[in-house]
Design a protein around this ligand. Structure first.
Ligand SMILES: Nc1ncnc2c1ncn2[C@@H]1O[C@H](COP(=O)(O)OP(=O)(O)O)[C@@H](O)[C@H]1O
Ligand SMILES: [Mg+2]
Length: 338
């Protein structure tokens, strides 16, 4: 998977999923950071609960691992409702969509992950469902076709997408609240690492937690994963306690550098610098050179490199910044300096 990091074997990945679930916050109060988003949602949920009505449809956008699915689960819990999970590419035809929708009770939450990957037909059928709480079923063909209108219970659609840019505007405009989830600052990630360490009953010093947080690409899922790997190393190589030295050793072994960049991030920058003189280079060219799908580069790697100022996006393509050269210890190309 695109967002699995740190050289994982398949069984480790499975293991990590269970681990993600154990550490997943269940209520607003446990969800660290994203203060404004949390505050707004708390108010909307409170209002819906007072009215005993359905919460308006919500869309979460942001890179993988930042807490979109987690927040969808929290919304259902705080509403006291059931959560039905689905994902865009898995809803192949409108019959499957109808089956999901007709099962929903009043105020239930339907979570559709990767909502930008719905097929156009399914998406169109979703419009009347979320706008008027009904689905139209066409029976028969040609001039004898009749439309059956099936009423639905008022429900809440929660969508998640890694990129808003890929959503059609009719779909986007039907969400009452569109929330962008951003990378977390180090202090918030430190709090997440310390919370997870507490749940796992690990002895972790504050500076070790900060070190893990700093190297987690602003992403809670990666912070939790690095904590787990660090624990593995600490248990096998020393007494299991995670102090600053243990954290440093583990992170170095995992090839996560001081800026939190991993092997793939560095490969990305190196290709731009070594093969294309620092850019500009088009994303398709980079995807071919790195043997990674373009989507993965745009969803997972680029956003962080851009946000941290290692990469710049220009009309003619991607360029490595001075910060990237400096970080990788590479002298700037003559051509760039002239
Ligand atoms: N705000 C947060 N506070 C604490 N832990 C979080 C937070 N956001 C995410 N996590 C942790 O990171 C993991 C990945 O989050 P998830 O919601 O699956 O991300 P996404 O759906 O955006 O890819 C969760 O299992 C949870 O343990
Ligand atoms: Mg998710």
């Amino acid at each position: 998977m695109a967002d699995e990091r740190g050289a994982l074997t398949p069984d480790k990945v499975e293991d990590d999923r269970g681990f993600d679930l154990t550490l997943r916050p269940a209520r607003f109060a446990d969800y660290v950071g994203q203060a404004k988003l949390k505050e707004n949602l708390r108010i909307f949920v409170d209002a819906a609960n007072r009215r005993d009505g359905a919460l308006d449809h919500v869309l979460f956008c942001g890179p993988p691992g930042l807490g979109k699915t987690t927040m969808a689960c929290i919304l259902a819990t705080e509403l006291g409702s059931n959560l039905v999970m689905a994902s865009g590419p898995a809803i192949e035809h409108k019959g499957q969509l109808a089956a999901l929708l007709t099962k929903l009770s009043r105020r239930d939450v339907l979570f559709i992950d990767e909502i930008h990957r719905l097929t156009p037909v399914v998406e169109e059928n979703l419009y009347t469902a979320i706008e008027d709480f009904r689905i139209d079923i066409v029976q028969g063909e040609g001039p004898y076709a009749t439309t059956l209108q099936l009423p639905l219970q008022p429900f809440t659609l929660v969508g998640a997408t890694t990129r808003t840019g890929l959503l059609t505007s009719p779909l986007l405009s039907r969400f009452g609240y569109v929330a962008r989830i951003d990378y977390y600052p180090t202090e918030e990630l430190t709090a997440i690492v310390e919370r997870s360490a507490g749940l796992l009953k690990l002895q972790t010093s504050h500076d070790a937690a900060t070190e893990i947080a700093k190297r987690s690409r602003g992403t809670p899922r990666i912070a939790n994963r690095l904590l787990r790997r660090t624990r593995d190393f600490a248990e096998v190589l020393s007494d299991g306690r995670i102090d600053l030295k243990a954290a440093h050793d583990a992170l170095d072994r995992l090839d996560v550098d001081s800026a939190g960049l991993d092997e793939m991030d560095r490969r990305f920058l190196r290709i731009v610098i070594d093969h294309y003189k620092g850019g500009p280079v088009g994303i398709e060219t980079l995807a071919a050179a790195l043997s990674e799908p373009r989507d993965t580069l745009e969803d997972v790697y680029e956003p962080f490199l851009l946000q941290q100022g290692f990469l710049a996006r220009t009309a003619r393509g991607r360029m490595a910044t001075d910060k990237a050269y400096e970080h990788l210890g590479i002298k700037q190309h003559q051509a760039r300096l002239l």
